[in-house]
Design a protein around this ligand. Structure first.
Ligand code: ZN
Length: 427
């Protein structure tokens, strides 16, 4: 990860968790990582580089160290999903001379920023081909094909007093004018897109899909001095990318592992989520028996990476006065006495030491005592595995907006300390 420019490219080419995992896979393959499949017998070697995916939206990649399993593993965890609008299975809504798409809300998203954006649609479609075989394909319309216009202020004079947004009624993207609509509905449009993107696939029908709306505005450096990076999905593709490049570039004899899970934004309870068995199953297969797994886990450290709330100058009272992470101030260690974060004093001290070794400034956050605290994959993975964990993340503003903001320096600062984690002999 030589610069933030590479990260921008990754953010733009990863509009959904499916595309993020595809982007990660491509970079792993370029560096000679070998794909393992969960359905096959694994024969892994010391010094080998491997990856395995689940559900096309979660991925575990690792370098098996020379001393594995005698030493533990240095693990980085992140998540591939972001709050968004998901297209419903029977989405066609025709009214007021327009064709709209019914959409449901995925995760805890800020609804208001989704209005008046040039949105596209991407994700996975499951199809049948001319010989009735089933296949899954990724699609991305890439161009703006839907929008959710605001109601004019003249028709809603009270909007700045007590705004509520009803997602069922008010967040229904407009696809086209009914006068220009072919009659085949959204499934017909999907079929055309599949033929366009996968011309050799002989697809006859699209049966089902997981498709999301996304903002076509790409990641951008902003601020008069270019101090900030604005993009969709910084939470948490920034962390996936910093972790990935730590894995790709680390010069190490250690066992190092990256796990990127789907479904964090909806609680992580799924086959591919951090609360599911994916990572544990991978580690069990690498260790061979319960005794070895227990020893490996006891000697391992998970650095759970997910963005942290930076101090917002317009809402300073939302932070505890002594815990106010700043943009461009470096990675943030997250603390919560009620185990919403899994950090403890020992794991925090290890992370601070890594920052010192990498020459990276470090910050910390604890919520105001009169406000609820969020959570992430760290405490969940720690609960599932019993592994020592520290929760950290790059500082950002506007979390769960369609467009989020981080410091221009923060992705590289995070990358440097994560790479340090992977290159350290002892923790
Ligand atoms: Zn997150």
């Amino acid at each position: 990860m030589s610069s933030v420019l590479d990260l921008r490219q990754f953010l733009n080419s990863s509009p959904t968790p499916f595309h993020a995992v595809q982007s990660i896979k491509r970079q792993l393959i370029d560096k000679d990582f070998k794909e393992l499949r969960e359905s096959q017998l694994w024969e892994t070697m010391r010094g080998g580089k491997y990856y395995v995916t689940r559900g096309e939206t979660s991925i575990v990649a690792w370098v098996q160290g020379e001393s594995f399993p005698d030493h533990g593993a240095h693990i980085i965890g992140a998540h591939t999903d972001s709050p968004c609008l998901r297209i419903k299975p029977s989405p066609d809504v025709r009214r007021s001379g327009m064709h709209q798409l019914g959409a449901e809300v995925y995760g805890g998203m800020l609804l208001a920023p989704w209005f008046d954006r040039d949105l596209s649609i991407a994700g996975r479609v499951t199809c049948t081909d001319v010989e009735s075989r089933r296949l899954s394909l990724l699609i991305d319309f890439e161009r703006p094909i839907v929008t959710v216009p605001s109601l004019a202020i003249h028709l809603n004079r009270d909007i700045h007093k007590n705004r509520t947004i009803n997602p069922q009624k008010e967040v229904v993207p407009i696809l086209c004018d009914l006068a220009h609509q072919s009659g085949s509905g959204f499934h017909g449009m999907l079929l055309d897109q599949v033929h366009h993107q996968h011309p050799g696939s002989n697809v006859q029908a699209v049966t089902d899909y997981e498709l999301s709306c996304y903002d076509t505005q790409g990641a951008q450096q902003v601020g008069i001095n270019g101090d900030y990076l604005a993009s969709a999905r910084l939470d948490n593709l920034l962390s996936c990318y910093a972790g990935l490049h730590s894995l790709l570039n680390a010069e190490t004899e250690q066992s190092v592992l990256l796990v990127c899970n789907d479904h964090e934004e909806v609680g992580s309870a799924s086959a591919a989520g951090a609360q599911g068995p994916f990572l544990r199953t991978v580690l069990e297969r690498l260790c061979g028996d319960a005794e070895t797994l227990a020893r490996v886990l006891e000697r391992s450290l998970l650095v759970s990476v997910d963005n942290a709330h930076a101090l917002h100058p317009n809402y300073e009272n939302k932070h505890d006065p002594e815990h106010q992470p700043r943009l461009n101030g470096g990675p943030v260690i997250k603390f919560n006495a009620n185990q919403r974060y899994a950090t403890n004093s020992a794991t925090a001290a290890t992370f601070r030491q890594l920052c010192t070794q990498a020459g990276v400034p470090v910050q910390s956050i604890a919520m105001r005592s009169d406000m609820a605290c969020g959570s992430t994959i760290g405490p969940i993975t720690s609960t599932v595995l019993g592994v020592d964990t520290v929760d950290v993340g790059a500082p950002q503003l506007g979390m769960h907006s369609i467009r989020e903001t981080t410091g221009w320096k923060d992705p590289v600062l995070l990358y440097r300390v994560l790479r340090q984690l992977f290159e350290s002999d002892k923790l």
